[in-house]
Design a protein around this ligand. Structure first.
Ligand code: ATP
Length: 582
């Protein structure tokens, strides 16, 4: 082996131009190389030969060491699972969580040398402390534990070196002994235990150069309007764009895991509460033959020889389900909006939590169900998702979400909200839509007056709501020959968290003839006989109970509950006007 290596052609030193290191032949008519150039070339040659010899000697030594490696069977890269015949090992594997549970700080470890365990984990980091000692930190979900790989008669230096060089984020299979630590390990969540590694196999190796580190995902992004390039320790902040481009690594961060556990929790609480109130979960189509809600902000897609449109909400279908005698329906599903809104609150695809229900006498019966639903979700997050909430809020420092007492959700008429803003110095018309800053300002005023971050604004102006909204009983729309049928208020409402809208809803028109009239006289008129709307209108010709409902943006709830600076952080793979990948 050594001979073979010495015979190999020595590499040309990096800075030497081609032709210089070997014989330097002068071109015809040129002067020969100077003495000093010849001397330099000879030196380079000698250097290269020495380097080659050294390399060969090292390789020979390594080969010899490998042959004597007592641990050669105890470490290395495993063949790709699936590429070889499956032979069960019969070795019971545990999780880090189980280890932590079983050996609490006060539970003694009886076995003198520690307890044998086998587990699979991710390498958070690995380092060679010396030729005889390496340290690793293993991670599994939210748990981390330190591991030691120490050379001994039965554990080779080669294995120590291998262990300390496993790239971060690789997945490994570990056999080792659990022992108590003399001092708490600050860098690990399981600080009172450590693993003394006996065998270490790489199951799936990560690239040694990652586009970003998981720890980058565990630092806060600047808040909306803030421009931070470095964090408090002076380390550059990885931008949201880079994080989203490398979302698989980004999502490994523990705060992200918590965010999506909470998002799942909101969905579960939504369904749990409504199912308990007799709602049935439905799935309405997302591919539509015609744009249904006026045609604005809708994506069109090829549909065989024709076009189809992506649903902007399940609105019309939810109502058709009420006409189909389902009485109470709910849906969790995707909502597509072709809005070119590049804000921290808008996505082009988000998750809608929708519901619709028949009521007996007044739409406030539905508002009450919605208020109780939201309180149920907030209280569920407080109790069942406290750990996750606290973790995320540890980097996005946000005030505790202030809840009203049950049954006392501030329900403020729109006109009163306008008056509160005017009293605060804002110039605004009676029927003006609220801008985002106006909404935030009103949120602050409501918090001051009612002590609640959650409130309802009721009776919105009719002219800023969709055609299917029931006008208030006082609105001109109910009178014959009114000059302005879009004037006045409507039986519609928005719900707010920290001054930002999370839910929009209303009593819907359940009378087909009145619905046709409103479609035609609406500020953005639509044709009741058009392809996308005639089946919807007909649904109300066969007897439909009065009903109301609402649509909630799931990502908005998560963002506002946690005080996240951007709604994209609450979407796994967000879609916005500039992003449809990954
Ligand atoms: P906004 O005024 O904030 O654009 P909107 O009035 O268009 O919202 P609705 O059509 O009433 O909203 O949708 C119901 C709910 O869906 C909203 O209250 C919000 O929580 C959520 N939502 C609406 N648009 C978006 C969006 N583009 N991205 C994320 N969530 C959204």
């Amino acid at each position: 082996m050594a001979d073979q290596a010495t015979q190999s052609i020595p590499e040309r030193p990096k800075d030497t131009p081609a032709g210089e290191a070997g014989a330097v032949a002068p071109a015809e008519g040129e002067k020969g190389p100077s003495k000093s150039a010849l001397k330099k070339a000879a030196k380079e040659k000698e250097k290269a030969e020495k380097a080659a010899k050294r390399k060969a000697a090292e390789e020979a030594q390594k080969k010899e060491q490998d042959a004597n490696d007592v641990s050669s069977e105890d470490y290395g890269e495993l063949p790709m699972i699936g590429s070889q015949e499956y032979k069960p090992t019969g070795v019971k594997r545990v999780t880090l969580a189980q280890i932590a549970d079983k050996y609490s700080e006060t539970t003694p470890i009886d076995e003198a040398g520690g307890v044998e365990v086998c587990f699979r984990a991710v390498v958070e980091n690995a380092r060679n402390q010396s030729a005889k000692l390496s340290f690793l930190v293993f991670r599994e979900t939210l748990n981390t534990i330190q591991a030691v790989v120490a050379a001994s008669d039965s554990l080779s230096r080669q294995m120590v070196k291998f262990a300390g060089s496993v790239p971060s984020e690789s997945i490994v299979l570990v056999h080792g002994l659990v022992k108590k630590t003399p001092e708490p390990v600050k860098s690990a969540t399981i600080s009172h235990l450590e693993i003394h590694v006996k065998k270490l196999y790489v199951v799936a190796k990560a690239d040694s150069q990652l586009p970003m580190q998981v720890s980058d995902a565990e630092r806060p992004l600047p808040l909306e309007g803030e421009e931070a390039k470095e964090d408090e320790s002076g380390r550059p902040i990885v931008t949201l764009n880079t994080r989203l481009n490398n979302r698989v690594i980004d999502l490994r961060g523990k705060h992200n895991r918590a965010i999506f556990a909470i998002k799942d929790g909101v969905t579960a609480l939504f369904q749990e509460f409504l199912r308990g109130q007799g709602f049935i979960g439905i799935q309405t189509p997302k591919l539509l033959g015609a744009p249904t809600e006026g045609g604005a902000n809708v994506f069109s897609v090829d549909y065989f020889a024709t076009k189809a449109f992506l649903a902007q909400s399940p609105q019309l279908y939810k109502q058709m389900m009420i006409a189909a005698r389902f009485e109470r329906v709910m849906e969790v599903g995707p909502v597509f909006r072709a809005e070119n809104s590049n804000t921290a609150r808008h996505l082009t695809e988000f998750t809608g939590l929708d519901l619709e229900m028949a009521f007996e006498e007044n739409y406030h019966e539905v508002v009450e169900v919605l208020e109780n639903l939201m309180l149920y979700i907030f209280n569920g997050l407080r109790t069942k998702y406290k750990k996750e909430t606290d973790l995320v809020r540890s980097i996005y420092h946000v005030e505790e979400f202030k809840l009203p007492e049950a049954g006392k959700v501030p329900r403020i008429p729109f006109s009163e909200g306008i008056q509160m803003l005017r009293d605060d110095g804002l110039e605004i018309g009676d029927y003006d839509d609220l801008s985002t800053p106006d909404e935030k300002r009103l949120g602050a005023l409501v918090l001051k007056k009612y002590g609640s971050d959650f409130y309802v604004l009721d009776q919105f102006p009719l002219n800023i709501r969709p055609f299917y909204t029931m006008p208030s009983h006082t609105a001109p729309a109910h009178q014959k020959d009114s000059t302005d049928p879009n004037a006045g208020y409507s039986n519609s409402y928005d719900f707010f968290m920290r001054g930002q809208e999370i839910l929009s809803g209303a009593q819907r028109i359940h009378d087909a003839d009145f619905l046709c009239k409103r479609m035609k006289e609406h500020v953005s008129p639509v044709d009741p006989n058009s392809d996308g709307l005639k089946d919807y209108v007909n649904a109300f010709r066969y007897g439909c109970p009065p009903h109301a409902g609402g649509g909630i943006g799931l990502e908005r709830i998560v963002m506002l509950w946690l005080g996240l600076p951007n709604v994209r952080l609450a979407s796994l793979f967000p879609r916005d006007p500039n992003r449809v990948a990954p």
